[in-house]
Each structure stands twice: as C-alpha cells, then as structure tokens.
Design a protein around this ligand. Structure first.
Ligand code: 13P
Length: 299
C-alpha cells in the first residue's frame, strides 16, 4: 500500500529500528525492493533521484512505483532524494510524493536556510514532509573545497538551530558516509583523514540536540556494527543505492557469461532482480525493519 511517510517514520521507532530508503530507476529495481519488503513484512521508502527521473521519465517512473506500491501488502512511502529545483519539487508534490529532500547543502548556510524555508512553507501546506541536509556527503556532491573529513561533518549546534529555524521533518546528517564507491583519489584522500567510516560519537551529539528523525545517506558501504550503533542514536532512515546496484550488476554479468545464448532481457534480468531482492532483504534484517508492517491493514 502506498502510504504517507509519516506513517512509517515516527518518534516511537527512534533508537529501536530504522527503515531503508532504497533508490530505484526502473521496473526491475522497484520490483526487487517491493518483493523484499513483502517477504520481510517490512515498511519501506522508495526514492527517486533527479537522474533516475531523467533516465526513466518522470510520469513513467512514478507510475511504476505507485502501481507496485498500491498492490503491495506492506506500507511503502514515496520520497524524492536530493533536489534543489523548486519547480520540480512542486511538480513531484502534485504527483503524490509524501516527502521531498531539498538539498541546498552546497550553498552557503544562509542560502541553504532560505531555500529550505521556502520549500517547507510550500510543502507543509500540502501535508508533505521535507528533508534537508547540513554538512556535505562526499560522492556526487560539491566537495571541491573540502580539505579533510572534519570539514564535511554536520555541526550538532548548527543542526539544532537549522531544524528549529526551518521546521523540517527529517535531517540528513554528514557523519563520514559517502555516496557510491569512492574511486576518485581526491575523495579517497579526504576519507583517509577519518578514523572510522562513520563518526558515531557525532551522531550521538547530534541526537542530543536534534529530536526529529535523522537520515544517513551513503549507507551502502557502512559496516553493520556502525549501522546498528547509528540506529541506537536515532538514525531512522538509511539511504541505500549502491549495494542494490552492485548486487544486480554482479548477478547480471554472471548470468550473461554463463548463458551467452540467452537474448531475452526478461531471462537476463530475472536473476539480477532476485539478487537485488536478496540484498534489500539483508538490509531490512540488519535495520530490524522486518515484521514492522504487520500492524498495517491493506486498504
Ligand atoms: P549509496 O549509493 O552509497 O548507497 O548512497 C545512496 C544515497 O545516499 C542516496 O541519497
């Protein structure tokens, strides 16, 4: 069932379990995610990036997600990942997203604050949640002026002020995780200045000051014990994209290699979708999301 994000992300879950926000860009990824959620009886967030919307087409991709979600026996919320285009944000809200991430973290603080406030004012009138980011998550974002890992991180005191000023619903924190697999040597150099993959003590400090649910982006490569620790300190949502893609990709390549005679894309994709599903199920178990869909009745 397609539900508002506020039904699956709430204060009562904080410290106990989290919900993954899985990225999708096509039918196969969406089906793999939905099947995983159903098998684990778990609520799940499905999110689109601007790149995914460009790849598949806005109406096409949203159509696929909505149909799959409405037919599913578990609650699924639709969220837009990083976006700083207000026109697109308005369009997506009209198309039924219950949560939007306005990402102006590449801008100076005051401008980030201004755009975030404008989006909150618009979205809240429609009952839509807003996520915003403070600090910088390495990867596909603007990181050119970043010298060391610490320059990237969310400052707990500034985070508290930002949340109070903007009235956002969820906060994306920068605590060391990165988008994708770091290949750029400059990113690797910055990361080498960090003691651990994720600065768990910083998550704890942010939690002491910020009461809304926290979101960790770039959660794919984060070790399991750090995911568990982050949940303990109030991370309610973990964004996962790369691990799904890698699982799909590996299975697809193996299948093509093993069966060079197959030319039907459906037969090529099937084991890849299954592998993606298995990876999504692994994340649902790790985050203790499994079983939390049981209280939802299909309507
Ligand atoms: P990964 O690709 O590292 O899983 O990160 C996904 C993400 O944070 C999307 O916003």
């Amino acid at each position: 069932m397609l539900v508002h994000i506020g039904r699956i992300i709430h204060k009562k879950m904080l410290g106990k379990y989290a919900v993954p926000a899985f990225n999708t860009s096509d039918l196969e990824m969406t089906q793999g995610i939905v099947r995983a959620a159903e098998k684990q009886k778990a609520p799940v967030i499905i999110q689109t990036s601007v790149g995914a919307l460009e790849y598949a087409g806005i109406e096409e991709l949203i159509g696929i997600i909505k149909v799959e979600a409405r037919q599913a026996s578990v609650p699924i919320a639709l969220h837009q990942d990083h976006c700083h285009d207000f026109v697109l944000i308005k369009k997506l809200i009209n198309l039924g997203y219950s949560s939007i991430m306005v990402d102006a973290s590449h801008l100076p603080y005051k401008e980030n604050l201004k755009l975030t406030k404008q989006v909150v004012s618009y979205a809240h009138k429609q009952g839509v949640w807003v996520q915003a980011e403070l600090g910088r998550i390495l990867g596909n974002e603007d990181w050119q002026n970043v010298k060391s890992g610490d320059d990237l991180m969310t400052d707990p005191i500034q985070a508290a002020e930002f949340v109070a000023d903007t009235r956002i619903d969820t906060l994306a924190i920068a605590v060391g995780s990165v988008h994708g697999i770091p290949v750029d040597p400059r990113i690797k150099k910055i990361l080498s200045t960090l003691k651990e993959h994720v600065d768990i003590e910083r998550v704890r400090q942010i939690r002491l000051k910020v009461k809304i649910p926290l979101v960790m982006h770039g959660a794919s490569g984060v070790p399991d014990n750090q995911i568990r620790a982050a949940i303990k300190y109030g991370v309610a949502v973990f964004n996962i994209d790369t691990d799904l893609r890698v699982a799909f990709n590996k299975a697809l390549r193996t299948n093509i290699k093993k069966n060079p005679q197959i030319y039907d894309p459906r037969k090529l994709f099937r084991p890849a979708t299954d592998a993606l599903q298995a990876m999504a199920e692994r994340k649902l178990k790790l985050m203790k999301t499994s079983g939390h869909a049981k209280r939802f009745k299909n309507n």
